[in-house]
Write a protein that binds this ligand. Structure first.
Ligand code: AMP
Length: 455
């Protein structure tokens, strides 16, 4: 299918061509016609599938028709859980709408009020917002949602995870009931279904690749680590690898992220930290530095796990495993963007057994175990899921079953010093390659839900 077949406005088609996209991704092929036909929509798709264009393009298309309501308020509102994601959506709108006259603005927490008040005092087509700050403006009657035609919830599951349910409900209640509502989510459980029931009318449903989403182009590896010192040595091995072009190193806490970044900086690496204690302009600056190549290693908390889209991230390194299994999928999705290849490395120690079990249950597979010669672990990590079905294709070591005798394990440094997996990146959407089958089955995130997570 071509973009032209989607009957998008010529100005949008021209912008898509300028982006270098040759064909719509599966989520775009399904979502765009339904949204353009005016249906409410629940789309289960994770980041990296091209979901942003799947809702931005129909929104832009609709802007070509005259507004149905009067006033200065936005015609389209996109709610997102994080500021990073909001900034990326804003960039996408700029890119896809560059041959149209579109007035968009981002209303985000952590940004000065003055500029936002100025933006909101003028007519605006699209507002991209995080729920907390938008509620603030809504409560103070600084934004009018009376002429809203389209409400888009991006990463709706994440917004609920972060405790924004009430805010989202309140925002939706302030919008006209005849609006169109599109809900994008990576996971679907009963809480999500209830939200959809409250906010959407007779929604169409789309799930990319059945109930499964694939991360086929990301090679996942597990390295067992005895302790912190061992993790540091493993990290040194990876960052000395010239095929590592850019990497995100995930740490458990903001303090650890700062400390590790500081340590790597002292060793002479181009490194920066990214976490929720930094103000928004510092976070933006860091991401821009990484995009421009001034930063090769980004040490981050889960604030960077979702939405962050930087081209050329060859490796994601889970220095600490995530506490929530679904975050694992989001973290590793920072590499292997738009069909390119990527490597996701996870370090796990004995203390991580429960987290590892949860992740493996969530993704429905045992992570292939790798061992680097000279950096073999000496302690045994037993895992319920260690009844491996045997080594995955391409995995250099034996299954976890055999882990009890590290010295006897066959190790192979080939793939660790491996090929430049992240090197070749094209804009063409390539369907998953069957050589590394990694299938992620979402089983609902409800069990892990907590209120307002601080990352
Ligand atoms: P998203 O899932 O929206 O975060 O998009 C992931 C990446 O896919 C972004 O870098 C987009 O620029 C890229 N992308 C989106 N649509 C297409 C397409 N049709 N062809 C190629 N790349 C795309």
């Amino acid at each position: 299918m071509s973009f032209a077949e989607l009957q998008l406005h010529p100005a949008i088609l021209k912008a898509i061509e300028a982006c270098g996209y040759t064909e719509p991704t599966p989520i775009q092929q399904q979502a765009i016609p339904m949204a353009m036909a005016g249906h409410d929509l629940i789309a289960t798709a994770q980041t990296g599938t091209g979901k942003t264009a799947a809702f931005v393009l129909p929104a832009l298309q609709r802007l070509n028709a005259p507004a149905t309501g009067t006033g200065r308020g936005p015609r389209m509102l996109i709610l997102t859980p994080t500021r990073e994601l909001a900034n990326q959506i804003t960039d996408s709108i700029r890119n896809y709408g560059k041959f149209m006259r579109v007035k968009s603005c981002a209303i985000l927490g952590g940004m000065p009020y003055r500029e936002q008040l100025r933006l909101l005092s003028q007519p605006v087509d699209i507002v991209i917002a995080t729920p907390g700050r938008l509620i603030d403006h809504l409560n103070n009657r600084r934004i009018d949602l009376g002429r809203l035609e389209m409400l888009i919830l991006d990463e709706a599951d994440r917004m609920l995870d972060m405790g924004f349910t009430e805010d989202v409900d309140k925002i939706a209640a302030a919008a006209p009931s005849n609006r169109q509502t599109l809900m994008f989510t990576a996971t679907m459980d009963s809480t999500m279904a209830k939200l959809a029931q409250r906010l959407l009318k007779n929604p169409e449903r789309i799930t990319v690749a059945g109930k499964k989403t694939t991360l086929d182009n990301i090679e996942q590896r597990l390295h067992l680590a005895d302790d912190l010192g061992h993790k540091n040595r493993l990290l040194q091995h990876f960052i000395a690898d010239i095929t590592l072009t850019k990497a995100i190193i995930f740490s458990a806490t903001k303090r650890d992220a700062d400390a590790l970044a500081q340590e790597l900086h002292q060793q002479g690496h181009k490194v920066a930290a990214l976490h929720g204690d930094m103000n928004q302009s510092a976070r933006n600056r860091t991401i821009t530095d990484m995009r421009r190549g001034k930063v090769r290693l980004l040490v981050a908390t889960d604030v960077a796990a979702r939405g962050l889209d930087v081209t050329g991230i060859s490796h994601v390194i889970n220095f600490d495993l995530p506490r929530f299994a679904e975050d694992y999928v989001h973290r590793i999705g920072r590499t292997g963007r738009a069909g390119a290849a990527g490597i996701a490395v996870s370090f796990a120690s004995n203390n991580d057994k429960n987290y590892l079990d949860k992740i493996e249950r969530f993704i429905g597979q045992t992570l292939p175990l790798h061992v680097i010669p000279g950096l073999e672990p000496t302690k045994v990590l037993r895992s319920k899921t260690s009844t491996s079905k045997g080594p995955k294709r391409g995995a250099p070591s034996a299954g976890r079953k055999n882990y009890a005798a590290p010295s006897a394990r066959r190790s192979d440094s080939r793939s660790d010093s491996g090929q430049a997996n992240g090197a070749e990146r094209t804009k063409k959407w390539s369907s998953p390659k069957p050589s590394r089958p990694v299938t992620v089955e979402y089983r609902g995130a409800g069990a892990n839900r907590q209120s307002r997570r601080v990352i």
